[in-house]
Design a protein around this ligand. Structure first.
Ligand SMILES: [Zn+2]
Length: 331
């Protein structure tokens, strides 16, 4: 494998392990863009996309894709949680730590603190940073840009991805140890992409995110020589009070035919909850409001109160909407 090493660490037995990354383009300038995936080892869409993007950009630099030119240095870490990827685990396998609760890290700390610190050092000089996630094992999300207490500049730049939804969230005071939070403290412009479901590779979502990143790099002037077909899908921007998480009124088996990305009307059926023993219909799940279905439950077994869908509304929701479900879904 060609590439640089973010960190090399000894293991209890056998060989040390390393976190490899790609450092592509002019080595004499600081990296302009940093792209990170696989902080959670089972979020395969981002890992797949970033590995392929690195291959693509390396081919551009090697002159194999004329007339394309890479005009700035780009750092890509496809899989931060290397051991988690090998074991298909979200967390760091040795101690079950969630790496995205370890930032900004510490260079003399425990393994995951050192990993967090190494990632910050490798990305701190970049002026634009992107962290790619999927949801968890149970939930599938429309590829979207997530912004946490964004600046006006970030709001504008977020549109350059051309993804169908930009979703603003209040910055969490509880989870202040995420990579996104640490990046915000460093300045620059920072974006979280969220696409699909963990534990699986969904090519449709992955292709969309790959296209979004190529568009993004092109529009930032980092990738030159492409002619973009300027027919973006419509980009919808949702403020912090335009997200409605919908909880199941019943436990049972949840069944739906909807896909994320559908526009639903208030009162429309989203799915059904059946009794897992006798098949009796226990609940009809309906959209309480009209909006864009940005995520839907894919794990049929559910308990009362579990998240079944997320709807982005065109108007602001009344104050006091549940924020409970904003975290724990892939970030
Ligand atoms: Zn994640």
């Amino acid at each position: 494998m060609s590439g640089s090493r973010l960190l090399t660490m000894t293991a209890p037995v056998r060989d040390p392990f390393e976190i490899p990354y790609h450092d592509i383009g002019a080595p004499d300038a600081p990296p302009r863009i940093a792209l990170v995936g696989g902080i959670h080892g089972n979020e395969l869409n981002g890992i797949y996309v970033l590995a392929h993007l690195a291959r693509f950009l390396r081919a551009v630099v090697a002159g194999e894709r004329p007339p394309l030119v890479l005009s700035a240095r780009v750092v890509i870490v496809p899989a931060v949680n290397v051991l988690g990827v090998n074991l298909r685990e979200r967390t760091w396998p040795f101690d079950g730590t969630d790496l995205n609760r370890m930032f900004p890290g510490y260079d003399a700390g425990e393994t995951t603190q050192r990993m967090a610190n190494a990632l910050i050092q490798a990305t701190r000089e970049a002026v634009v940073r992107v962290d790619v996630h999927s949801s968890n094992l149970d939930f599938e999300e429309l590829p979207q840009v997530r912004l946490y207490d964004p600046s006006e500049a970030e709001r504008r730049t977020a549109r350059l991805f051309g993804l169908p939804a930009i979703v603003e969230r209040p910055s969490s005071t509880i989870f202040s140890a995420t990579l996104g939070h640490a990046w915000n403290a460093l300045g620059g412009q920072n974006f979280i992409l969220q696409a699909g479901r963990a534990g699986d590779l969904q090519l449709e979502h992955a292709d969309r995110v790959f296209g979004a990143l190529v568009r993004f790099l092109t529009r930032l002037g980092v990738l030159r020589g492409t002619r973009l077909a300027d027919e973006d899908e419509e980009v919808w921007h949702f403020g912090p009070r335009q997200t409605l998480p919908l909880a199941s009124p019943q436990s049972g088996l949840f069944v739906t035919k909807l896909k994320p990305g559908a526009w639903v009307r208030g009162g429309e059926h989203l799915g059904y909850v059946y009794d897992a023993f006798d098949g009796v219909l226990r609940a009809e799940v309906r959209a309480p409001v009209s909006g864009l279905l940005s995520g839907i439950r894919r794990q049929p077994l559910l308990c009362e109160g579990d998240l079944v869908a997320r709807i982005q509304t065109r108007e602001e929701l009344p104050e006091g909407g549940a924020e409970t479900y904003l975290y724990g879904h892939g970030q």
